[in-house]
Design a protein around this ligand. Structure first.
Ligand code: NAD
Length: 461
């Protein structure tokens, strides 16, 4: 058979998997049932799989160009709908996701050659990815995941959080429309009109969903792991921040305030507790106050704890609220100049320290020395393998902490968000796969690694 005849045959076999083209439906990726949405995304994947790499690049360029003017409105709507975080920081998160998520250049090919021939290792798509997005970073996760997963050649079914439904559906429809205008394929990015928890469960069980990418709390990640599918699980964290006596205290204070107050402490990577060597604790706190932190008295700390962490667990109504809103909720006077962050000196076993709380209130624990600081940080991070931050000029200690904590992200002498490419080197991601170990995800995370072997030479050495 001639090569051209073989190509025609292969195309025919592939196209037989495609359903006959239906009359144009213009759903903008939003369907009334999970089955319809997944089927449509599967059909879109089969068509997308036949496209060259330049089609993927064209879609990603168009997403970057066309979403840029919408980022500010998306940030505002996201803050308003979820009632969490603030539009200024959400804009920065959206922008980082749009500008700094890698595209197809992330899918590097590796080749091995020798007397036995040549081996190629390449990244291929999985198919339909079921992506669960959190309420804390709804639009930035959808932008980041869309670029990564489409770059890897997949189609996507999104399960947005019901609490961020309107803004998420609007964004999913916009991305699906952009992809359609770029390549003529509809339904590369889909969801359902009512993204309920039941819909998420149905999606997880759907046979045409090849892989799950879950960004959320421990419950939903654990649920995904029971599905029997491959899961890329991005779960909760509780990032400790260590400051030792060698640190540049002015820089440390500014970085910690910037990181811990970012989007009112909603990011899973944000500093959630500060562990400081006591010989420099007073100076550090003074510096933090000069950068806009409000130090609470022990009595105020107790009042705030009672409303924010009743029975030790975060009060959902106060997650992601501003420092002033937290003070008001605890009937504590709000200073004329609104604080950027609340801080309070507490014991190591305080629930402010031991629990992820996602509020702009940073508990501070004094320790006698670096060894005790590291031991406490290990306890607080509790093997989540998520994020830790450290300020120190002592390289051996920085190395020891990084090696011992084994977190997916370890930031040295910077704000936590430097770990996701904001003001630090490296690409941006809003899906940090912690329990499943992929770490900071990008296109290659959402691709199957394949090996292609030629036994008859092709080594030119
Ligand atoms: P969440 O677990 O409440 O929700 C996450 C997603 O899971 C949402 O889409 C939600 O609809 C879905 N979900 C939750 N419970 C469900 C159920 N019973 N049935 C079906 N679907 C369900 O989390 P959240 O409050 O939106 O986000 C905050 C959490 O996510 C924090 O713990 C944070 O650390 C974590 N997070 C982790 C990362 C990461 O990259 N590792 C990124 C962002 C957020």
């Amino acid at each position: 058979m001639k090569t051209s005849e073989l190509e025609t045959l292969i195309r025919r076999i592939l196209s037989e998997q495609l359903a006959p083209a239906k009359a144009e439906t213009k759903t903008h990726g939003i369907f009334s049932s999970v089955d319809e949405a997944v089927d449509a995304a599967h059909q879109a994947f089969l068509r997308y799989q036949q496209c060259p790499l330049k089609t993927r690049s064209a879609i990603i360029s168009a997403i970057r160009d066309e979403l840029a003017p919408q980022l500010s409105a998306l940030a505002e709507e996201s803050a308003a709908e979820t009632g969490m975080g603030n539009k200024e920081d959400k804009f920065l998160k959206n922008k980082a996701a749009l500008d700094n998520t890698p595209g197809i250049e992330d899918l590097t090919t590796t080749a091995l050659t020798g007397d036995g021939g040549m081996v190629l290792f390449e990244y291929s798509p999985f198919g339909v990815i079921g992506a669960v997005a959190p309420s804390t970073n709804p639009t930035e996760t959808i932008i980041n995941n869309s670029i990564s997963m489409l770059a890897a050649g997949n189609s996507i079914y999104f399960s947005p959080h019901p609490g961020a439904k309107a803004v998420s559906l609007k964004l999913i429809a916009a991305i699906d429309d952009i992809a359609f205008r770029s390549c003529g394929i509809r339904n590369l990015v889909v969801t359902v009109a009512e993204p309920t928890f039941e819909a998420t469960q149905q999606m997880m069980a759907h046979p045409k969903v090849a892989v799950l990418a879950i960004t959320g709390g421990p419950g939903i990640v654990a649920m995904g792991m029971k599905s029997g599918k491959k899961v890329i699980g991005a779960g909760a964290g509780n990032p400790p921040c260590i400051v030792d006596e060698t640190a540049d205290l002015v820089k440390a204070a500014e970085d910690i305030i910037n990181g811990a107050s970012f989007d009112y402490n909603l990011p899973c990577i944000a500093e959630k507790s500060l562990i400081v060597v006591e010989s420099v604790a007073g100076k550090l706190i003074q510096q933090m106050q000069s950068f806009g932190a409000l130090l609470l008295t022990p009595a105020e700390t107790d009042r705030l704890r009672a409303v924010c962490l009743p029975e030790g667990l975060a009060n959902k109504r106060l997650v992601g609220k501003s420092p002033s809103a937290l003070l008001e909720a605890a009937s504590i006077a709000v200073p004329a100049k609104a604080p950027r962050l609340l801080i309070a000196v507490v014991n190591a076993d305080d629930p402010w320290v031991t629990r992820e709380q996602l509020m702009p209130m940073l508990p501070v624990v004094y320790v006698p020395d670096f060894d005790r600081a590291l031991a406490l940080a290990l306890k607080v991070e509790e093997g989540l393998h998520h994020t830790a931050i450290m300020h120190s000029q002592n390289v051996s200690r920085l190395n020891l902490a990084a090696r011992s904590l084994q977190t997916s992200i370890f930031v040295k002498n910077g704000p936590s968000y430097a770990g996701i490419g904001v003001g630090g080197e490296g690409f941006t991601t809003f899906t940090i796969a912690t329990p499943t170990g992929e770490g900071t995800t990008s296109a290659r995370t959402f691709a199957r690694s394949r090996r292609c072997v030629l036994t008859t030479g092709f080594s030119i050495r």
